[in-house]
Each structure stands twice: as structure tokens, then as C-alpha cells.
Design a protein around this ligand. Structure first.
Ligand code: ADP
Ligand code: ZN
Length: 530
């Protein structure tokens, strides 16, 4: 590593070449590094894989003293430190997993000026000793990684991040660099405000990941659909499959293994040693599929993840973007595939209705879900819509499902009225409410035992919807739910009810546009990509 203690400080370019072995900086890296090296603050918004780490690692090596990196990713600290050590960088960490002896050793290294980088879990700052320790050290900079964790609007909020403003108060002269891959305007503003980054230069990279092909398909038989995707498009590839529940993680991983695809489960309910072992295998071996809850993935640096598949709807566009962003960090073509259905909407609306927290919190969750649903139901380019969510304008990409096979939209006003008036009749005339399956049976005129027993064959809408198939009707229900034209009870049965907007549809004041769900095969998307 370049001499620093005695000789002149190495230049950033020299550190890049001699320590990290790269020829040139990417994107805004050089400017960001110059800002911090010269003592300024920076707020860096860069997508996953953009190269955020060098933005604080290089200045930490150029400036005298130790660079302190605040990171919530305790599980990755050892790996990060090992990787840096391999490049000859003196790095270590302090977090709650260490015993006292290990902590003492790191503290001594810090005070003796033997560390270039110190990774620090945010909860350490709650301990007064830590502030006192930092006060006695020579500090090069503070890097606040995953800075969106300070945002209560965001999806990864960590209360400990709120105290990070103490860094500026105690060390006003030490430059700070905050980094995140999440960048809605709201989160962005909240990071700057809560971390008191008033003087910071903002660096906002494009959030486009052109090598990722975005596809969102109607959920039909998700495990079979997944298997088809892996077999036809990603045989032998490494990838991540996200599921909402631990049970479905286990079952899906088993299903893949039963079908000859090497897969491992990962969720918070597994023993921590099993989790660590599965993560290590995924990183080191080729062609493994990790089936996981969203507990997996933050900070994982595996360049050749060829696909990210979601079997359940993510709770927010930020979450979707971050999770899909783990695909294709090497820049090669990759797939972001999501299967989404009626049950997802029903389930998530219920989870929001029954969630803890105040009304404002539930409204926030509702707004996140609505934005995610809008992305699923759009007939426009997915990428344009995704980037617009992050405040970035773009033109149709030609590399997403809606660009490759433009969906038609159709006038769904009449079917919507038929469905809604069935809901109204049952509720007004009989004081009863039902889920989608039973309503669709009525519209299709199916004399099921339940329909017969309840006397619903005598309803005026019975058999009025035979122009659509069962699947099409479920698509109508899902889209009405997504558009807020139909509501769902929080009773756990998926019971449908009217919303204030339903009345406008029933009176004919509001036309309903729906997306046509031509059963697109994966093959069609593939052939048009070539
Ligand atoms: P992020 O933290 O933004 O997700 P990383 O810092 O992990 O991204 O960088 C992603 C990958 O790009 C890493 O493998 C890193 O070594 C590589 N990388 C970053 N900057 C450069 C550069 N200037 N030249 C070549 N490779 C780079
Ligand atoms: Zn597109």
C-alpha cells in the first residue's frame, strides 16, 4: 500500500491503481472523491453496483487518519474487512457480535493510528464510550452507508440512524459522505435534512440499469412459471427468488431442488449458522439459486446474478428496485421477473389494514403499495415508470415486457359495473359480502353448491358475465383493486367491498380502462429480445 505516514499523500488516481487495481474512475467517482478529499460533505445517490464503496475508501486512504464507515450490514463486515485486507488496506470493525477482547484490540488499533478504515454498526454510537473513543482518534472522514435507513418514509428505517446527526455536531470539521441506492425525492430530502447535510454536494447518478430486462406477469401457477423461466432462459445461472413468507421460501427451494435445480433457502427463521453458510455458498459457487425473504441481499456483492424473480409482490417500488438491482452487477443481460396476482393485492391490503402503527403510517404503506401496483398495471414502458418514480425522465427502453409486447388496454367499464353492482346487491339486499371467487361464479352463472345454497342464482347479475373467462374476471377484480375502485376487508377472507370511487363507476361518471391480459408466453419475450 502507498506510504502515507511520512511521505506526501498519494493521489486518488494512484490509490485507485495501486491499491484497488483499476485503471480509471467511473461516473462521478472522481468528483465525489475530490470533494471529500478536500474536506467537503457529499450526498451520493447511486444504483447498486455503481461503485459507491470506492467513493469513501479512496478518500480514507488519501486523507490522514481513519475513515469511519457507519453500516447496518453487520453480517457483511467481516467479509468487507477481509476483502480490503487482501488489497493491503488496514480495516477492521466494531459491532455487537464481538467479544470484549476483540473490541479492545480494534480500539487500540484505532488509537494507534493503525487503521485506514473502521466499520461501525450504528448502534455502537448509542454507547457513550464509542463517542469518547472516536474523540481520541484521528479521523479522516465519516461515511454513512445505506443512508436511506435514516428515512422514516423509506422501507429500511433504522432508529439508530437518527442519532447520526451527532457526528456533525461533535466533529464539524470531519467531512461526511452519505451513500444510498434508494433515491425517491422524498427520501433524498429526508436524508439531507436528518443528517444535517446542508452544505453537502449532491451527486445523483442515473438509476437506469439498462442490462436488466423488467418483466411482470400475471400469477397463475407461480412455481411452474418460475421453473419454466429458469429452465428455458436461465439454465445453470445464479439467481435470487424472493418470496414473502418463510414457509413459501422453504417450499419453493424444495420444489426447485426436486426438479433438479440447485437451490438454497434463506430467511430470518433459519439458524444464523445455516444462513451464513448458505450465503457463503451462494457467493462462492456458480449457478446456485437463493430462495429468500427480503432479509437476504442488502450489500451482497455477487456480480453474476443473472435473474431476480419475485413470486410475491414487493411492498414498495423502492424495495422492488433494490431487490431487482442485485441482478446483473457485471453489466451483462439479466432478468427481473415478477409474478403478481389478485391474491397479492388482497393480502397486502389486509397486512396494511392490520399493521401496527398510526393512521399516518398506514397511509404511507398504502401509498407505497399503490405505486407498486401502478408499476404492475402500467401499459407504458416499465423502465420509464420506474425511473419516473425516482424523479428521472427517460424514453421507452425497448428492453422490458411492455416495450417488447405492448399490452392493449380495453374499455372495462361495463364488466366493472357488473361486478360492482353484484357487490352492491349482495350487500344492500342481503347484508352479505363475499370474496372474488364467489362473485366470479355468480357472474359466470355457475350453479355451484354455494351459489345454490345461498340462493344467489336469483340475483339479476347471475350469468351476466359469460363473455369473460374465469381468469379474465379475476384480472378485472385485481385491476379494480389496484385502481382503488374496489376495496377489500381486513377480515382475512379477502371479502370485497365498495370504495368511495366505486359509486362513480356505477353511475357511469367514470370510465374504466383495463389492461388486456393476453396469455403471453416467456418465449415471445425472448424471441423479440434477440
Ligand atoms: P455499490 O456499493 O454501489 O453497489 P460497489 O462499490 O460494490 O457498488 O462496486 C460494484 C462493483 O464495481 C465492485 O465489484 C467494484 O469493485 C467495481 N468497481 C467500482 N468502481 C470501479 C472502477 N472505477 N473501475 C472498475 N471497477 C469498479
Ligand atoms: Zn421499456
Amino acid at each position: 500500500r502507498p506510504a502515507r505516514a511520512d511521505g506526501p499523500a498519494p493521489t486518488p488516481g494512484k490509490v485507485l491503481r495501486t491499491v484497488f487495481g483499476y485503471d480509471s474512475f467511473r461516473g462521478d467517482q472522481a468528483e465525489i472523491i475530490d470533494t471529500v478529499v478536500s474536506g467537503g460533505d457529499a450526498l451520493v445517490l447511486m444504483p447498486t453496483g455503481g461503485g459507491k464503496s470506492l467513493c469513501y475508501q479512496v478518500p480514507a486512504l488519501v486523507r490522514p487518519g481513519t475513515g469511519v464507515v457507519i453500516s447496518p450490514l453487520i453480517a457483511l463486515m467481516q467479509d468487507q474487512v477481509d476483502a480490503l485486507a487482501a488489497a493491503g488496506v488496514r480495516a477492521d470493525f466494531l459491532n455487537s457480535t464481538q467479544d470484549v477482547a476483540a473490541r479492545r484490540r480494534v480500539e487500540r488499533e484505532l488509537l494507534d493510528g493503525e487503521l485506514d478504515l473502521l466499520y461501525l454498526a450504528p448502534e455502537r454510537l448509542r454507547v457513550p464510550d464509542t463517542l469518547e473513543l472516536l474523540g481520541r482518534a484521528d479521523l479522516a472522514l465519516f461515511a454513512i452507508d445505506e443512508a436511506h435507513c435514516v428515512s422514516q418514509w423509506g422501507h429500511d428505517f433504522r432508529p439508530d440512524y437518527l442519532q447520526l446527526s451527532v457526528l456533525h455536531e461533535r466533529w464539524p470539521d470531519v467531512p461526511r459522505i452519505a451513500l444510498t441506492a434508494t433515491a425517491t425525492e422524498t427520501t433524498h430530502a429526508e436524508i439531507a435534512q436528518r443528517l444535517q447535510l446542508t452544505e453537502a454536494r449532491h451527486f445523483v447518478a442515473s438509476f437506469d440499469r439498462p442490462n436488466i430486462q423488467y418483466r411482470i406477469v400475471p400469477k397463475d401457477n407461480p412455481r411452474a412459471q418460475l421453473l419454466d423461466l429458469l429452465r428455458t432462459e436461465h439454465p445453470g445461472d445464479a439467481g435470487i427468488v424472493y418470496c414473502l413468507s418463510r414457509a413459501s421460501v422453504e417450499q419453493t427451494a424444495q420444489h426447485l431442488v426436486d426438479n433438479g435445480i440447485p437451490a438454497l433457502p434463506y430467511h430470518a427463521g433459519l439458524d444464523s449458522r445455516v444462513r451464513a453458510a448458505n450465503q457463503a455458498r451462494f457467493l462462492r459457487e456458480d449457478g446456485l439459486v437463493m430462495v429468500a425473504t427480503i432479509a437476504f441481499g442488502m450489500g451482497i456483492d455477487k456480480p453474476d446474478v443473472r435473474f431476480v424473480a419475485h413470486l410475491d409482490l414487493p411492498k414498495s417500488v423502492e424495495g422492488y428496485y433494490q431487490e431487482t438491482g442485485r441482478a446483473g452487477r457485471d453489466g451483462l443481460p439479466s432478468t427481473a421477473w415478477l409474478a403478481y396476482g389478485l391474491q397479492d393485492v388482497v393480502q397486502q391490503r389486509r397486512m396494511i389494514d392490520t399493521s401496527e402503527g398510526d393512521a399516518a403510517h398506514r397511509r404511507r404503506l398504502g401509498a407505497h403499495l399503490d405505486a407498486m401496483l401502478a408499476l404492475c398495471e402500467t401499459v407504458e414502458c416499465r423502465r420509464v415508470q420506474l425511473l419516473a418514480y425516482f424523479g428521472q425522465a427517460s424514453t421507452a427502453c425497448g428492453n422490458c415486457d411492455t416495450c417488447l409486447t405492448p399490452p392493449e388496454s380495453w374499455d372495462g367499464t361495463v364488466p366493472a359495473q357488473k361486478l360492482l353492482s353484484t357487490v352492491v346487491r349482495l350487500e344492500r339486499e342481503r347484508g352479505q359480502r363475499y370474496g372474488a371467487g364467489h362473485l366470479v361464479d355468480i357472474l359466470l352463472g355457475k350453479a355451484t353448491p354455494r351459489v345454490t345454497q345461498l340462493g344467489h342464482a336469483s340475483l339479476s347479475t347471475f350469468g351476466l358475465g359469460t363473455d369473460l373467462s374465469d381468469t379474465e374476471w379475476r384480472g378485472v377484480v385485481r385491476q379494480l383493486l389496484a385502481q382503488g375502485l374496489l376495496g377489500v376487508d381486513s377480515d382475512g377472507y379477502g371479502t370485497l367491498r365498495l370504495t368511495p370511487a366505486s359509486a362513480e363507476v356505477l353511475t357511469g361518471a367514470r370510465p374504466v380502462r383495463l389492461r388486456r391480459e393476453a396469455p403471453r408466453t416467456a418465449r415471445a419475450a425472448r424471441s423479440s429480445r434477440r
